[in-house]
Design a protein around this ligand. Structure first.
Ligand code: ADP
Ligand code: ZN
Ligand code: ZN
Length: 774
């Protein structure tokens, strides 16, 4: 017997199945989709069996071991990997591995746990301790269910505790203790900090203990990474759907096999109720559902509603779970012990085999696209799987992506509209012209109206959400004397300032240095952070309203796993008046007591060099304004901008998606942008800039010679991020109306370069339907 095996080596020259002899003792056990260990050159690699055939051939090496008792990937997922390869131009092995939980991407051993063991085999030992023949006997028994094997991961045990450090008395710290004083200074700003954050400044554990012994701080050990939903109980709730919700549910129920439906529902229209009801029906029919959310830690309330409704029948693939815990969830799914899988992007590969419905909530979010190989979009995978299972796909959003709305208009997707809020009005949105504030002499971050609004809510014990739109500009450092910025030595980008430890970091390659006290080029002391951060705003608010209770959510306060949920829970429980944060607070929050939303620098994202900048800004403003007035109390939103007449700001303030869409589509047509054309970005990078440029030029000329129908090429040109991790980068853009023809041609051009690429002379990366143009 011969096994066809894809090996885990992301090199284009070996992106094809290799044949191995199947030793006799494995013949009855081996199945496509199983993980195996195979000799490859001098190495031993993880491989996935994609097929078997009878007979044998001279010179075949035998495969070494089976790593699964049953296949890890279903026939469906094996077929899907070919589709992912063809439409994203990745290696099939990367597609296959993307479908497995992290724990299965390494080879692992097995513990012989319980059951009948053959002579000479002891419980509690590991499979690898026995000779090959004995191993296959053990695997055979396990397959028959007479023996239970438990995988033992080669995983470092994840730390599950942390220590909360609380400042008690700063004055008892001796002057000589530099590190301790530094820590105490940080604690003066943030009186409760985690040890994991404090150690970033170089404070050691004995130094921390010393502080506690002196009585300067109190230490409390806390547990981390617990299942955040463990305590939620299932409750029988019956909601009465309104007419538009009921007709959406009916349309989903009666959808044709493989049909895609776009549920366009304004914020608070009850899309989640529609999902819950539709999934309930699917379960009643004995089928299963997948619900995708953009980012699971930012949608705790949504997940809670699912847990409450479906209890143990829901598997939540949460990012805060350890590898092992995720693997446990995955195995429950694989054994078909759950009816609903809730998770972010990669949950689309959940190995369910009675799929009856797939839902993508907030379908416009770009987190559904993976930005590394395989560069798949969860929506495309969802549509493929739905066709395979003959079930519908539901795309839900208050601000659909232009691509999806255009498809709905053309009748490719079925369009369902929830025009009104459930039991309420859309909040009025006030546009505030910040130029006028400036003319009035107001140089603070808050307009008079917004500030009064906040005061008023604090008095009434209602809550506020304040968004600082700061994607695109981070806190960077520049010398005020010579103008020199601090840039990464390996990448052509500014370093970002981090408060913890007073350090500068490169967000692309991880390089970091301490914040210098003088300018490295002119020695001036006037080296300073620029850019307006949430921290600065928090300070400004506290100076003006000392009694305000503020929860700040940004990169600094949410770097630890589980911290998102914790901050949101505190806000939900009324522990703060104001939730202040970056983009991450714009999504999916449903707090009934929030009656005011403020958007600072609404237009900050408009100027970004990306044809989707307008669409992103529209989505952001609409979504965050939609957080106001979701309960019984009416809400309102204030949008501060220097571009009050911009069509994005105007249409977003009027909750007018249709006008925005019409205007934007006109611009996309003129600019030859998606959705009128399918876009592909090809990037060449090499340590030698001349090589990168020459390869990009050669590619462009080869492409033009191929005369791909209905396609155009732009470039090559240097990438905006012209140097990354010491490699120089050039880009080529290709637009097409015939994606399948284009992808086939690109695969050919990629294959022709396989040798040079595997020798690492340069790299070529293909991004189909890109969202990031750096
Ligand atoms: P969306 O997902 O569209 O933003 P939600 O499903 O979160 O909207 O609904 C907004 C609020 O209205 C929620 O608090 C929800 O419980 C409530 N709601 C929506 N539909 C109903 C209904 N049919 N019956 C009772 N409450 C509803
Ligand atoms: Zn200088
Ligand atoms: Zn860098």
């Amino acid at each position: 017997m011969i096994a066809h095996v894809h090996v885990d080596a992301p090199v284009i020259t070996i992106d094809r199945p290799f044949d191995y002899e199947v030793p006799e003792q494995f013949e009855a056990l081996i199945e496509p989709g199983m993980r195996v260990s195979v000799p490859f050159g001098s190495r031993r690699l993880l491989g996935i069996v994609v097929g078997t055939s009878d007979g044998t051939r001279d010179g075949l090496k035998p495969l070494e071991a089976l790593l699964d008792e049953e296949s890890s990937l279903t026939d469906e997922l094996l077929a899907l990997s070919i589709h992912v390869k063809e439409t994203t131009l990745c290696f099939r092995s990367s597609a296959l591995l993307a479908m497995l939980p992290a724990a299965l991407k390494v080879s692992y051993d097995k513990e012989i746990k319980e059951g009948h063991v053959p002579d000479g085999v002891r419980l509690g030992t590991h499979l690898s301790e026995y000779p090959k023949e004995v191993q296959s006997v053990i695997l055979g028994l396990a397959k028959k269910g007479e023996l239970i094997l438990a995988p033992v991961l080669k995983e470092k045990k994840t730390v599950k505790t942390d220590v909360v450090v609380e400042l008690l008395d700063a004055t008892v710290v001796p002057k000589r203790a530099k590190k301790q004083l530094e820590a105490v200074d940080l604690l003066k700003e943030t009186p409760r900090m985690y040890w994991s954050a404090l150690r970033q400044i170089g404070l050691t554990r004995p130094q921390l203990q010393k502080l506690a012994d002196l009585g300067a701080v109190r230490l409390t050990e806390v547990e981390l990474n617990r299942d955040p939903y463990a305590t939620i109980e299932q409750v029988e709730e019956s909601v009465q759907l309104n007419d538009s919700q009921a007709s959406a549910v009916l349309a989903i129920q009666e959808a044709e096999a493989g049909e895609t439906l776009l549920v366009h529902g304004v914020t608070g229209s009850g899309k989640t109720e529609v999902y819950l009801e539709s999934i309930g029906q699917v379960i009643d029919e004995g089928k299963q559902a997948i619900l995708l959310v953009p980012e699971i830690s930012l949608t705790p309330m949504m997940v809670k509603r699912f847990k409450r409704r479906f209890g143990d029948r829901v598997a939540v693939l949460h990012s805060a779970l350890s590898k092992g815990e995720k693997y446990d969830e995955w195995r429950k799914i694989k054994r078909n012990e759950v009816d609903v899988v809730v998770g972010a992007r990669s949950a689309i590969f959940a190995p369910l085999d009675r799929l009856g419905l797939i839902i993508l909530d907030e379908e416009h979010e770009t987190t559904y696209k993976q930005e590394e190989n395989p560069r798949y979009h969860a929506r495309d995978v969802a549509i493929w799987r739905a066709r395979y299972h003959g079930c519908p796909v539901v795309l839900g959003s208050a601000t659909p992506s232009l691509e999806s709305y255009a498809r709905a208009q053309k009748g490719v997707y079925r369009y369902l509209h929830l025009k009104e809020r459930y039991g309420g009005e859309m909040p009025p949105v006030h546009i505030i012209d910040m130029r006028r504030e400036l003319a009035k002499g107001n140089t603070t971050m808050f307009s008079e109206e917004l500030f009064q609004g906040i005061l008023d809510r604090i008095e009434k014990k209602e809550q506020c959400v304040i968004l600082l739109n700061r994607r695109g500009f981070t806190t960077f450092v520049m010398c005020r004397d010579c103008g020199e910025g601090m840039t990464c030595p390996h990448c052509a980008v500014n370093l970002t300032y981090h408060q913890y430890g007073d350090r500068l970091k490169c967000h692309y390659c991880g390089y970091e240095v301490g914040m210098p006290s003088t300018c490295p080029s002119c020695n001036s002391k006037k080296i300073k952070q620029f850019g307006s951060g949430t921290q600065k705003i928090e300070t400004e608010l506290l100076n003006r309203i000392p009694e305000a209770r503020i929860i700040r959510m940004d990169q600094d306060t949410t770097s630890r796993k589980g911290s998102h949920e914790q901050l949101l829970r505190r806000f939900e429980e009324g522990e703060a008046d104001i939730l202040l944060g970056t983009q991450m607070i714009a999504k999916g929050l449903d707090f009934p007591n929030v009656t005011l939303v403020g958007v600072l620098a609404a237009d900050a994202t408009l100027g970004m060099p990306d044809f989707r900048a307008t669409e992103r800004t529209f989505q952001l403003v609409t979504q965050v304004a939609g957080r106001a007035g979701r309960g019984k109390l009416p809400g309102e939103a204030f949008v501060q901008t220097y571009n009050p007449d911009h069509y994005v700001i105007e249409t977003a303030s009027e909750h007018d998606y249709e006008t925005f869409f019409a205007k934007e589509m006109g611009l996309r047509q003129v600019g030859n942008h998606p959705p009128y054309w399918f876009l592909t970005l090809v990037t060449f990078s090499a340590k030698n800039p001349l090589v990168a440029k020459a390869e990009a030029e050669l590619f462009a000329s080869d492409f033009l010679q191929a005369h791909v129908e209905n396609s155009r090429l732009n470039g090559p040109m240097p990438a905006p991020l012209s140097k990354l991790k010491n490699a120089y980068r050039y880009q080529v853009f290709i637009k097409t109306k015939q994606p399948d023809t284009l992808y086939a041609e690109l695969a050919r051009l990629q294959q022709a370069r396989a040798k040079a690429i595997s020798k690492k002379e340069y790299q070529m990366s293909i991004d189909v339907n890109p969202y990031v143009f750096m």
